[in-house]
Design a protein around this ligand. Structure first.
Ligand code: NAP
Ligand code: MG
Length: 478
């Protein structure tokens, strides 16, 4: 099915008749092709979704929707190993990460499947003789554009809450990695969703993605990706006076105070930046360390960093390759520029020997004493590059932590309970972890940003608010 699009409950060839090569980042070799969907395919998908929404799908009960979704969760779990192998090959991520991703992908369908009939409205006290109800209606037809870093998880994260609310959906995955999206779509088909409820159009962002974002037939769009494309999505939404949810990455800090539990913090701080080779929107890409313990903590951190191992997805080490040559060059551009400017490298990990020459490898790098105004401390690198910044006291830590254009997540490491809450309250971002860091983990936890990280919330029950619209019904019954 890889070379076809899923529209109106059936697999079909794209209007263009063309395909796009899919390469494995571990060796840079083509191993599959996907369909090059364009505007005509998006038209067909949106029309199918509209028919489904106005037809049988619009009449299903929340219970029926939930049952179908739970079945998708079970199917993903049953096919988890096959899907993980495919995800690892398609994205280059280590197998253990791909396996964890499949657990999360299944969980999205379980969580929202179970939630579908539990989100209800309110009755508002009003004038005598009136009853006022507040209902949560579906948006209608929702568009979804997802990136390549966690394709299977993103499929669940964006589609499951939309389906639970009763929307019909059109999804455009990233052309760099979407094979598990296509495979899970087959599973969605097998459990018996009515035609048109889920449509998947693969293709380039500038073609299929732009056509979906500007389509007059959708009622809402959910996007995860770069701030630049997020701006285009928001502009297209404005043209049609419709809402959107944008999740655009971050520059999330880990704040290590002098009384932090170092041994607990160290592996988490390392993982938060090397998980998925740093290609995670909520990657902990800055570590802010109190000056009094800076040298001691950084010494321990550097030791761990230097020990990290990078290899192919099936070597299953700490870190795999980056997704593409473009991303590798972008990440190396940040690293080379910082080195040239004299930002000190405290540790650099090693690539495993004899890696395939065509792979897109970048060794994890730990930079020290990064000035808070430096590009490395402000821009999203989207690679395994950690910038350490010393701070003097709590006020200084808060100022530096909040001092980037982004605001997605933060980690706070301290044993002082009052400080935990004070600093958490002061963080200008969407998610704060204390003495831990989920790197976006937790299907139940509302997630999203402020500032350049975007707006709106995914995950948790909050996502169901985004994918529904409030209707107030006022009845004068005397
Ligand atoms: P991107 O271009 O924003 O891609 C995200 C999604 O948007 C993909 O499905 C992409 O399709 C699609 N897209 C691209 N141009 C579009 C357009 N004009 N209209 C509608 N959709 C469009 O991100 P990228 O180029 O892959 O990565 C660049 C940088 O973005 C990264 O280095 C990172 O900093 C950031 N990023 C953030 C996240 C996150 O999780 N927040 C994820 C990915 C990237 P195609 O890829 O198929 O063209
Ligand atoms: Mg792209």
């Amino acid at each position: 099915m890889n070379e076809q699009l899923y529209i109106d409950g059936a697999w079909r060839k794209p209007v263009s008749g063309q395909t796009i090569p899919v390469v494995c980042p571990s060796d840079g070799k083509e191993f599959a092709r996907i369909a090059r969907g364009t505007a005509g395919d998006v038209d067909a998908a949106v029309a199918a979704a509209r028919r489904a929404y106005e037809g049988p799908w619009g009449k299903t009960t929340a219970l029926e929707r939930g049952r179908l979704m739970m079945k998708v969760g079970v199917k993903i779990a049953e096919h988890a190993e096959e899907l993980a192998q495919l995800e690892a090959r398609d994205t280059g991520k280590p197998l253990k990460q791909a396996r964890a991703d499949m657990v999360a992908a299944a969980r999205y369908f379980e969580f929202y499947g179970a939630a579908s009939d539990k989100v209800h409205g309110e009755v508002i006290p009003f004038l005598a003789g009136y009853t006022v109800m507040v209902k949560h209606d579906p948006r209608g037809v929702t568009g979804h554009i997802i990136p390549w870093n966690y394709p299977a998880q993103m499929f669940g994260r964006t589609l499951a809450p939309a389906l639970a609310c009763g929307n019909a959906t059109v999804l455009k995955p990233a052309e760099e990695a979407c094979l598990t999206v296509l495979r899970i779509t087959e599973l969605v088909h097998e459990v018996g969703f009515p035609p048109g409820v889920v449509n998947v159009v693969t293709g380039y962002g500038e073609e299929a993605g732009a056509a979906l974002a500007s389509h007059p037939g959708i009622d809402f769009i959910a996007f995860t990706g770069s701030p630049g494309v997020g701006t285009l999505i928001q502009k297209a939404s404005a043209e049609h006076h419709r809402a959107c949810v944008l999740e655009l990455g971050g520059k999330s800090p880990q704040i290590v105070f002098e009384d932090a539990p170092f041994e607990t913090a160290l592996p988490v701080v390392v993982n938060a930046i090397v998980q998925n080779a740093g290609q995670t929107c909520s990657a902990g890409s800055r570590v802010l360390v109190q000056r009094s313990v800076y040298d001691r903590f950084m010494g321990m951190l550097a030791e761990r960093f230097a020990r990290l191992r990078v290899g192919t997805h099936d070597m299953d080490l700490d870190c795999g390759p980056l997704i593409s040559a473009v991303q590798r060059d972008r990440v190396q551009g940040f690293v080379q520029a910082a080195r040239k400017e004299g930002v000190p490298v405290l540790a650099e990990a090693q690539l495993a020997p004899n890696l395939p020459a065509g792979g897109y490898y970048a060794a994890p790098v730990l930079f020290g004493n990064v000035p808070p105004t430096h590009t490395l401390a402000r821009e999203e690198v989207f690679g395994p590059v950690l910038s350490a910044i010393p701070f003097e006291d709590e006020a200084d830590a808060v100022r530096i932590a909040n001092g980037t254009p982004f605001g997605l997540a933060a980690g706070i490491w301290t044993r002082d309970g009052t400080r935990q809450l004070r600093v958490a309250n002061a963080m200008r971002c969407g998610q704060v972890f204390v003495n831990g860091y989920g790197a976006g983990g937790g299907i139940e936890l509302p997630f999203g940003g402020i500032k350049r990280s975007g707006h709106g919330r995914e995950k948790g029950l909050e996502a169901m608010r985004e994918f529904s619209v409030v209707k107030t019904i006022v009845i004068n019954h005397g």
